[in-house]
Design a protein. Structure first.
Length: 311
């Protein structure tokens, strides 16, 4: 696999926020269900693998130090002088068992058992076959209704491999959260370990609520007489309808805040709020009495709500 920084188009100095932002942008661009880019499926899987390394602070440090490769596998230590010629580790020499390392006084002049080097380099150092490679990872995105974001539960996911699974949705997850399902990717050749499935969770659009981070916004219609006289009205929330107070003399566009009625926070994070924008709705049918009253107001009680707005 290519260098994960190159895959995400980032410099090695990129912040955690820049890494997350780049992953989201590329994952959306190459999602197999909607992308028309060539080899979108392969690119999507590559992007997921790159984020698996750079999105994990510990793995990123290990990669930057050269301790793991772009697939997250440990790198074999490099020893100078292990050439392929006579006396080296290649087929032309005697392998690890022909090496004789001698340390100075700090190690008491002892020689290291050649088997130690075989352990460092794995079974291949002893001439044994290497384990079969791991299967390819797969990636898929699934939309989750806002009500389920608030309550949790399972969501049905169809993987590119043809498998269909029920995946547990954590309460209050952030839009774009990726869940790794170990062993649910492509099977490996020669009976090796199967790859993983990377499932990206997205918020499904809602007919009433608009999402802003953890907060929700809703336009709530009210009648003209409720705005003028004040009233108790019912307002929908993700957890059921609640009763709110519309103050007398309310203008259209006034915003009321319901604390804690937005999306719940993940873990110990606080829940968001629900912001209700009140919109005065006139009767659908023409009302002659209302029209006469408004003409009387225009003549007897005129006012200018746009005063001071001149350019």
């Amino acid at each position: 696999m290519r260098d994960p920084y190159s895959v995400l188009g980032l410099a090695k100095t990129a912040s955690a926020g820049e890494i997350k932002s780049a992953f989201r942008k590329l994952a959306k661009k190459y999602h197999p269900d909607q992308s028309k880019e060539p080899k979108a499926k392969e690119r999507f899987a590559e992007i997921g693998q790159a984020y698996e390394i750079l999105g994990d602070e510990k793995k990123r440090v290990q990669f930057d130090r050269g301790e793991i490769d772009a697939e997250g596998k440990p790198r074999a230590p490099q020893f100078e002088g292990f050439g392929a010629g006579p006396g080296g580790a290649g087929p032309g020499g005697g392998g690890f068992r022909n090496f004789h390392f001698e340390f100075g006084e700090g190690m008491g002049g002892r020689n290291i058992d050649p088997d130690v080097f075989a352990e460092l380099f794995g079974a291949a150092g002893r001439g044994r076959p290497r384990p079969p490679p791991k299967g390819e990872d797969v990636a898929v995105a699934v939309t989750v209704p806002l009500a389920q974001v608030a309550s949790g539960g399972d969501v049905r996911v169809s993987l590119p491999t043809g498998k269909t699974l029920d995946v547990a949705v954590p309460i209050g997850f952030e839009d774009g959260k990726a869940i790794r399902l170990r062993g649910q990717g492509e099977p490996a050749p020669r009976g090796g370990q199967p790859g993983d499935a990377l499932v990206t969770l997205r918020y499904a659009p809602h007919p009433l609520f608009k999402v802003e981070g953890r907060d929700l916004r809703l336009d709530l219609p009210i009648t003209l007489y409720e705005a003028v006289l004040g009233a108790k009205v019912r307002a929908p929330t993700l957890s059921g309808a609640v009763e709110i107070t519309v103050p007398a003399g309310t203008s259209s566009g006034r915003v009321l805040r319901l604390r804690g009625k937005g999306l719940p926070g993940a873990g110990e994070a606080l829940a968001g709020d629900l912001f209700l924008t009140l919109r005065i709705a006139l009767p659908q049918a023409e009302d002659a009495a209302l029209a006469d009253l408004m003409r009387q107001w225009r003549e007897e009680k005129p006012y200018d709500p746009r005063q001071g707005m001149s350019a």
